[in-house]
Write a protein that binds this ligand. Structure first.
Ligand SMILES: Cc1ncc(COP(=O)(O)O)c(C=O)c1O
Length: 368
């Protein structure tokens, strides 16, 4: 079976370096928030082109802590998209704020800036554009509307580590940005991990306190926080993998180009790349007719294609009652959820396997 993502292959391709790094941590006796985390925070901030990075326990926690550090809580509204990983919306709900969900644009599948503009109210405090699938959101328009309405911007970069928008790395454009190091991500740990980055020293300072109960350096508090520390083993693994991130993202782009070419004659809609951006293809997502039939046929043919995401956030039980939607609903999001199919993509996928995916998909498309 060709999997959709393959964190095991990534471990195997860097096995010796990772085992050495983990052994160094085990022998060092310092297991949580130590020198490996310090180094990762320094190098990751530099990589993103910002001055501060704070390592936390997950991408979801990164979002919760960034929102909390921006004083978001009950009574506030936070605008984001419904077509995202549930985590984006779960984090807003965890702060007590109301998620206000807007539609995506039908070409690039990221937040539609005009839908965002229409959703702003006097209670709106923050907007969270999601750089979905590795594709940059329309940051120019979103930042302009946010500025007009004095909204803070948190970039959700969980799926786009390393992507570039008009010369800027994702993570360097908003007031803060949040990353996930979940194992399948472009920069993946071998467990959970996340990062908040920001150019704002005061915001970084507050996130740093909130990640550990609200403690300052004397273990005194001014407000309650969480326990959301990054551990040394994960940081050491990420320090190894960060060196290879650009090369890995290039591999993803090569595989995407291979799929683009091999599927160009088929009756499917291929992903488009926003002009003046560099896509990092966390996922390669196409639009098809008869999606569920195709998905089942691919699985039968040994290809574990996926769907990201079959159910929009606002349609999940429990979330439906928490989210505010525009009166007209989210028609593009709803249509898209029924048509999308994610093909296997990861740096270790061989061109031969990618060809096989394209060939099998093409032959199934002739039959349905
Ligand atoms: C867009 C997006 N935001 C946030 C997250 C949350 O990250 P984590 O799973 O590390 O909590 C994820 C990953 O699942 C994601 O894909």
């Amino acid at each position: 079976m060709i999997p959709c993502a393959n964190p095991l292959a990534q471990f195997q391709s860097r096995r010796d370096e990772i085992v050495d790094a983990v052994t160094r941590v085990l022998d060092g006796g310092h297991y949580v928030l130590g020198p490996e985390v310090d180094r990762l925070e320094r190098d990751f901030a530099a990589y993103c082109g910002v001055s501060h990075a704070v390592g936390v326990n997950s991408g979801t926690d990164a979002l919760i802590l960034a929102l909390r550090a921006l004083d978001v809580g009950p009574g506030d509204e936070v605008i984001t998209v419904s077509h995202t990983a549930l985590a984006t919306v779960a984090a807003i709900i965890a702060t007590g704020a109301t998620p206000v969900l807007v539609d995506i644009d039908p070409v690039y599948y990221t937040m539609d800036p005009e839908s965002m503009r229409r959703a702003v109210t006097v209670r709106t405090k923050v907007v969270i554009p999601v750089h979905l699938y590795g594709q940059c959101a329309d940051m120019g328009s979103i930042l302009e509307i946010a500025k007009e309405h004095r909204l803070a911007v948190i970039e959700d970069c969980a799926q786009a580590t390393g992507a570039v928008y008009k010369g800027n790395r994702v993570g360097s454009m908003g007031d803060a940005a949040c990353f996930s190091f979940y194992p399948t991500k472009n920069l993946g740990a071998i467990g959970d991990g996340g990062m908040v980055v920001t150019g704002n020293a005061a915001l970084a300072f507050r996130v740093r306190q909130l990640r550990q109960y609200g403690w300052n350096d004397k273990r005194r508090t001014e407000e309650p926080g969480l326990n959301s520390r990054l551990d040394e083993v994960q940081a050491a693994i990420l320090n190894v993998k960060l060196k290879y991130l650009d090369a890995d993202n290039s591999r993803r782009r090569e595989l995407a180009a291979l799929y683009d070419k091999a599927l160009s004659a088929q009756n499917v809609k291929l992903p488009k790349v926003r002009p003046e951006t560099s896509h990092v293809y966390h996922l390669y997502v196409i639009e098809v007719n008869q999606r569920d039939l195709l998905l089942a046929s691919l699985v039968e043919a040994g290809i574990a294609a996926g769907v990201h995401y079959p159910v929009p956030a606002h349609s999940h039980a429990g979330y439906d009652v928490c989210c505010h939607l525009p009166a007209a609903g989210l028609p593009i999001t709803e249509n898209f959820a029924g048509a999308i199919l994610s093909l296997p993509i990861y740096p270790e996928l061989s061109p031969g396997d990618a060809d096989e995916v394209a060939e099998k998909l093409s032959s199934i498309l002739q039959r349905v």
